[in-house]
Ligand binder design. Sequence first.
Ligand code: NAD
Length: 332
Amino acid sequence: MCDAGAVSTANNDPAVPPDPRPVCVLGLGLIGGSVLRALRRAGRDAHGYNRSAGPVAEARADGFQVTDDLTTALTRAAAEDALIVLAVPMPAVDPVLAAIAEHAPDCALTDVVSVKAPVREAVRAHGLTDRFVGGHPMAGTAHSGWAAGDAAMFDEAVWVVAADDGADPDVWARVARLAADCRAVVVPAGSADHDEAAARISHLPHVLAETLAAVGAEDPLALTLAAGSFRDGTRVAGSAPELVRAMCEANGPALLGVLDQALELLTAARTQLAGPSGTGDGDLAALVAAGHAGHTAYTATERTPLTDLRLGEDGWLERLRTAGAEGRVWRG
Ligand code: NAD
């Protein structure tokens, strides 16, 4: 582990200085384990906690400072003024927050959970809002656990940093610096806006992938023939079922809205394909045109630089939310 003075990330924005303080990662699975590795690569001082001993032994063997005792990790974080990163699934957020409220209530706090409003509400219930700025790295694989982690997981990935009213500018800067040190690009967004957007581009794709995989598996010949379209369309259905459920169900209200939109499109497409005879002599022109236009818009989306953050000035959070909505990103 490098010492705290060895921060190597370039700093081009005075609003987001290098952060010499340590980072404490709670949960050393795919995402938490990747954060710990990426921070070591950046020369940051970081340590971690995992509740089960196996991954702790693996992480120690890889040279990381980790423990399976949450109180020990939090007591150390409080003594070092560390930034705490909550990297557990949504159902585990509440008990871990309770421990943070008991042992490290003054530490700056962020998270990597795939939904933002429910985590923010849980943080509020534990009285930790003042030191909290939520986050969500938009990266991952279908695998889980410490062994699946990768220091390069977040390279060039988007990392949403929540720009909710009341956020502390110093904590916001520390969370943005964390993301930049992991070589991600920061997109500011309000928690509710994030959840609506994530429902569209992450949670609905999970639901549709599960659907495609279930329909495909009805026929053994179909599985034998399956090639690129089936593989790509069902890739995320290979994720751990409990993680998919935790992610999608925690964003239920937003997911319901976009699922309704998808069902409307599918119902209209079915009617069109059924055709005048009702037996399938129609076409799919409307759905395919809309889908192709959507894919073209996706591939043409550009990230423009967000400079001059001016954190803490009047209206700074609203300006950040507007910048994020316009596709502007901050790089460390
Ligand atoms: P993972 O299964 O690889 O790791 C989960 C970690 O949480 C493990 O270390 C596990 O020991 C720990 N954990 C589970 N229940 C716990 C409990 N009750 N108390 C303490 N620790 C507990 O999962 P992951 O993919 O790393 O997901 C972690 C978080 O990251 C989730 O909130 C997920 O929504 C979010 N996320 C996942 C992805 C992805 O693609 N997998 C992407 C971005 C964000």
